[in-house]
Structure formats: structure tokens, C-alpha cells
Design a protein around this ligand. Structure first.
Ligand code: PLP
Length: 372
């Protein structure tokens, strides 16, 4: 084999994730690897858990990053909370809601899907009706920020409806965490997962999760074993919950990736969570004005738009892939394509974390103008 050192090109990442990673985080990733049970590392793990509680706005003790991408967070919530025969309602308005219902079925859930059109938020009335029709529902699952469409659903209301009927909630905050308010305790949400590569601006590959005491009780009360060894909360917590010398080996944690997350969380908390939300909103306004100036329109109606994920309709007669390719090859700028049913119909422009800057917006608008 005649391979050479891989030197990735310099890109500006304005797709659906990953987002730009700050040099501080890149520097943290390159620090010396220590053992995953090293007492020095243990203190850092506690800080990661504490900072994750701050960004999730929760006091849940069971808050930690799963060693795996956002999909492992999704799997973990379902595999721990759903037993064969359990009734599950999944609200589906895009690609990730669709994955949720697929996973819930694989673990034996009796799944009812509530559909809303792609680009529309989850309809709370439909959930209320479904819960009334099926009062013994154990779990309600939905995506707060659908990355496939750029729509935001009302997590507070959906969690309240579920809670009123005694159901647990699984909430996907992969694209929302750090970019718009995620209020785990105020919502009364039970199992919430995210990813590191969106508004937290860390590399992909870790999935922060948080489980409420109610969710933890439900896992303890299971009649059947959790169908995944790796994701079984009872086992993995032996590593994440012990402190100092009491941590037990479960798997070899991605030590350097966790250094990166630690630094990324420090950065967002230094900026301030509310300040980060405000920056995402302001940058979205600025991008929106520029896009409208180019005669472009959004897929999603204004009140439901995610600031960090802008699904923009491709005008009639325009070759959407050619415009993205021009941006990539001329400016080193990555823009996202449409996913699933929206492939070829929209561009997805991410303004996530470190990517949400005036400079990137100017570059993106220039590239689109020229490409069009
Ligand atoms: N959920 C949502 C809303 C996402 O946007 C993504 C990734 O884009 C995922 C889940 C899965 O995350 P990952 O690709 O890190 O596994």
C-alpha cells in the first residue's frame, strides 16, 4: 500500500452537520491519550457530565455522553425504555421520526405513528387524540428539531400531553442542543439524546443523553433484559456513574473525543447558553434577509423555522447539485442536499455552533449568488 498522510481540505461547514470545529477543540483532541480509568481522566468525566446537565438544563444524575454517534443515543433511549408489547406513539414529520418508529418496532414496541407533512411541526392535537384513544401508551417519541426539513416542534407541549397521560417521552435534540432552547426539566422530558457535531461544534461520534428519574425507574422495572448489551444503561453506568477509583470497565471510552467534548462544552458555557441561542437566531435573520434578496424561499413557515437548519427551496430549472458543487469547489463551502423525500428539492444550509458567523453567511450568499 502506498498511502500518504491524509491532509483534509479546509472547508467551511454549512450543511446539516458536522459544523465547523474551533481550534481550541481540535487542540484538545490532540492531547496525550490516557487510560479510560486513569484517575486524572475521571475528574474530567465528572466535569463533562456536569456541563452536559447545564446545556440540557437538567438535574438528572443520569446524564452522560454515549460512545457513538447520535443514532446510538436514539437506539439507547428506545432499547432501554421499550419492551416487547409496549405501546409507543411516534410523531413522524421527517427522516428522523421515521427512524424512531423503525427502531421502536425492532425492539418489539406496538407502534402507532402520527404523521405530519414534511416541513410542518408535529400537530399537538393529533398527539392528544392518539393518547386519548390509547391511554395505556408507555412512550411518546418525537424530534424537536427535524434536520431533514428544518422544522421545530413544540417540545414543551408534546411532553406535557404525554406526561398528563402518564407516558414517558423520548425527545431527539440532536440538532437543537445549544442552538435553540432545550429545557429538559422544565418540559418534564424523560429520555433525551443529542449529538456533538451540530450546535455543540465538536467532531461527530458522541451522543450526549439524559434520563429522568422516572425513566431510570422504568428501566429498573423492566421484566425483560435490555436487548443491547452495549447500550444497557444499567451496565454502562458502572463506568459513567462511579467516581474516582470506583469506575468499572465497560468499554474503552473514546478518550480524546471526550477531551474535545469537554472543551466544546466549556466554550458554549463561556459564551453563555442564552447568548448562543441568541447568536443562532440573529445569524438566521441575517441569512434569511440575504436569501430573500436572492429571490429564494424557505420550505418551512416562519414561526416554525429552525435558525440552525435552513431548508431553502431550489428554484425551478436550477440544478441543485451543480450549485452545491460550485460552492464546494470554488469556495470550499459545504452546503447540504435534501434528504429522503426532499432530495433534489431543497438545499439545507446549516448555521450551527461555530459555523453561525457573519463571515460564513457572507460567503454562503456570495457562493449561492454566483452559483445561481
Ligand atoms: N437525529 C437527528 C435529528 C439528526 O439530525 C441526526 C443526524 O443528522 C441524527 C439523529 C443521527 O445522528 P448521527 O448521524 O450522529 O448518528
Amino acid at each position: 500500500m502506498n498511502s500518504q498522510t491524509f491532509n483534509p481540505p479546509q472547508r467551511v461547514l454549512m450543511g446539516p452537520g458536522p459544523s465547523d470545529v474551533h481550534p481550541r477543540v481540535l487542540a484538545a483532541l490532540s492531547r496525550p491519550t490516557v487510560g479510560h480509568l486513569d484517575p486524572a481522566f475521571s475528574g474530567m468525566m465528572d466535569e463533562v457530565k456536569g456541563m452536559l446537565r447545564q446545556v440540557f438544563r437538567t438535574s438528572n444524575p443520569l446524564t452522560f455522553p454515549i460512545s457513538g454517534p447520535g443514532m446510538t443515543g436514539m437506539e439507547s433511549c428506545f432499547v432501554n425504555l421499550v419492551e416487547p408489547g409496549d405501546k409507543v406513539i411516534v410523531c413522524r414529520n421527517g427522516v428522523f421520526g421515521d427512524r424512531m418508529q423503525d427502531i421502536a418496532r425492532r425492539y418489539g414496541g406496538e407502534v402507532t405513528v402520527i404523521d405530519d407533512a414534511w416541513g410542518r411541526p408535529v400537530d399537538a392535537q393529533k398527539l392528544e387524540d392518539a393518547l386519548k384513544a390509547q391511554p395505556d401508551t408507555k412512550v411518546v417519541a418525537f424530534v424537536q428539531a427535524e434536520t431533514s426539513t428544518g422544522v421545530q416542534s413544540d417540545a414543551a407541549t408534546l411532553c406535557r400531553l404525554a406526561r398528563d397521560q402518564g407516558a414517558l417521552t423520548i425527545v431527539d435534540t440532536v440538532t437543537s442542543l445549544g442552538g435553540i432552547p432545550v429545557e429538559v426539566d422544565a418540559w418534564g422530558a424523560d429520555a433525551v439524546y443529542s449529538g456533538t457535531q451540530k450546535c455543540l461544534s465538536c467532531p461527530p461520534g458522541l451522543s450526549p443523553v439524559t434520563f429522568s428519574p422516572r425513566a431510570a425507574e422504568a428501566v429498573k422495572a423492566r421484566k425483560t433484559p435490555v436487548l443491547s448489551w452495549f447500550l444497557d444503561l444499567g451496565l454502562v453506568m458502572g463506568y459513567w456513574e462511579g467516581s474516582g477509583g470506583k469506575r468499572a470497565y465497560h468499554h474503552t471510552a473514546p478518550v480524546n473525543a471526550l477531551y474535545g467534548l469537554h472543551e466544546g462544552l466549556r466554550m458554549i458555557l463561556e459564551e453563555g447558553l442564552e447568548a448562543s441561542w441568541a447568536r443562532h437566531a440573529t445569524m438566521h435573520e441575517s441569512l434569511k434577509n440575504g436569501l430573500e434578496g436572492l429571490g429564494l424561499s424557505f420550505l418551512v413557515e416562519e414561526p416554525y423555522r429552525l435558525p440552525q437548519l435552513n431548508a431553502v427551496n431550489v428554484p425551478e430549472g436550477v440544478d441543485e447539485a451543480a450549485v452545491r458543487s460550485h460552492a464546494l469547489h470554488t469556495y470550499g463551502l459545504e452546503l447540504g442536499a435534501g434528504l429522503g423525500a426532499l432530495a433534489g428539492k431543497v438545499w439545507r444550509i446549516g448555521l450551527m455552533g461555530q459555523s453561525a458567523t457573519p463571515r460564513n453567511i457572507a460567503l454562503c450568499l456570495a457562493a449561492l449568488k454566483q452559483g445561481l
